[in-house]
Write a protein that binds this ligand. Structure first.
Ligand code: MN
Length: 422
């Protein structure tokens, strides 16, 4: 996944909106998603976002399938060839312009699906600042468990409740127990929260019993989405020991619709480094390439719009501004290798959540649990409303983008979700 002419900062597209400053989807990005005309009953088709348009890949003669997983299972060489064909065909002066212009639809008139068929979902816990802050709230005597700096911690999540941006869901109900209560009570969650995460999607899988070596792990990653791991903190606190989160997490998980490929992210890789004094990864999780460029440099933001703000036509307010580089203790390659090291097989389209990517500073926190210190310090919104946790009607949006000197900015787009009543 090296930088090549598809990342050329001078490249411009004949799709004019792709050349605008600050655009998430310039010609250097080329993310994949599944789309159809809004309100239609068409089958979802594979598209590539370019500016404010979607290019229909089958109509343009670039693929012969509507199955995103088939595209994701292609070899790294075939994926690169497709990226080069897209880049060259969408460039100013391309002889494909006349034909491909007929294969465009404005993003404003299409609806998106979950970007691929996800059979399994694993959520990791790579955000060390999140783990430390949350650990202090749940276990003041031992915030970070002794295994944290050795094992990429994860749990098996639920694939059936994964939705795409725009997802609306009911506030979950369940058992909760206040620390001083004699017995648990049942009712709607009063501590509904979000988690700011990246979702890594698997391209080619591995056979059962054949682990993926760290040196090969990047080849099995197809791309990245934004991921909101909605979390009912009061249900979580009562249920999570001894086997981890269950009903506090599996009612909804929301993804952004566009998969930004590992190829597109090539200019935004960073060194993987451990703070002085921390243990180095065991040899099976260590490789020169992972040290050199295993990390990702992605800026992440969280925005909130309450129903009052929406009724008053007030814009969403930003709660968080942070970066993946300071937040993640493990790289995506390490997650792939660790997941398969016991022989477990990953399949095309499997989703690996990064865990909440909170930075070291308070305003870089990726959940309300951290921003409000467990609900003890409400945050004040510009219209005078206060929040400890999410309320009915709240719309929560995650955004992500990559910027670097001398490189064209690319975006991950956004993922929104809205809480309905219980
Ligand atoms: Mn999570």
């Amino acid at each position: 996944m090296t930088v090549n002419h598809t990342h050329d900062p001078a490249a411009r597209s004949w799709v004019e909106s792709a050349n605008l400053q600050g655009c998430d989807f310039p010609i250097q990005n080329l993310p994949f998603g599944r789309f159809r005309t809004s309100g239609s009953r068409e089958d979802f088709r594979i598209g590539v976002a370019i500016g404010d348009q979607v290019l229909d890949l089958k109509a343009a003669g670039l693929v012969d399938t509507d199955d995103m997983n088939a595209l994701m299972a292609a070899s790294v060489q075939d994926r690169l060839a497709l990226r080069i064909a897209l880049s060259e065909g969408l460039r100013q002066g391309s002889h494909n312009q006349a034909a491909w212009a007929k294969c465009l639809q404005p993003q404003a008139v299409v609806e998106m699906a979950v970007p691929c068929r996800i059979q399994d979902y694993t959520d990791f816990y790579t955000g060390i600042h999140h783990a430390t802050t949350v650990g202090k709230l749940f276990r003041p005597d031992q915030p970070l468990m002794p295994n944290y700096k050795w094992v990429p911690i994860g749990y098996h999540g639920r694939a059936s409740s994964i939705g795409v941006s725009g997802q609306r869901f009911k506030r979950p109900q369940g058992q909760t127990k206040a620390p001083d209560a004699q017995a648990p009570s049942f009712g709607p969650s009063k501590k509904l929260d979000y988690e700011l995460e990246l979702g890594f999607l698997i391209g080619q899988g591995n056979a059962l019993g054949e682990p993926i070596a760290i040196a090969d792990a990047e080849q099995h990653l197809f791309g990245v989405t934004l991921l909101n791991d909605w979390s009912a903190r009061d249900l979580q606190a009562w249920e999570y020991q001894p086997l981890g989160p269950f009903l506090s997490k599996n009612f909804a998980t929301t993804l952004s619709p566009w998969i930004v490929t590992m190829e597109a992210l090539a200019p935004f890789r960073a060194k993987f480094e451990r703070p002085a004094g921390d243990p180095q990864p065991l040899p099976y999780l260590d490789a020169p390439a992972n040290r050199e460029s295993g990390a990702l440099n992605i800026t992440l933001e969280v925005w909130l719009q309450t129903s009052k703000m929406r009724e008053a036509a007030e814009p969403a307010v930003r709660l968080t501004h942070g970066n993946t580089q300071q937040a993640a203790y493990w790289t995506a390659a390490q997650l792939v290798t660790h997941h398969t090291i016991n022989g477990c097989n990953l399949q095309t389209g499997d989703l690996l959540g990064s865990g909440t990517l909170s930075g070291p500073e308070p305003d870089e926190a990726g959940s309300l649990l951290e921003l409000t210190l467990g609900g003890k310090h409400p945050i004040s919104l510009p219209n005078g409303e206060r929040r400890t946790f999410l309320e009915d009607g709240d719309t929560l949006t995650l955004r992500g983008y990559c910027e670097r000197q001398g490189v064209v900015r690319i975006g991950l787009g956004e993922v929104s979700g809205t809480i309905l009543g219980s």
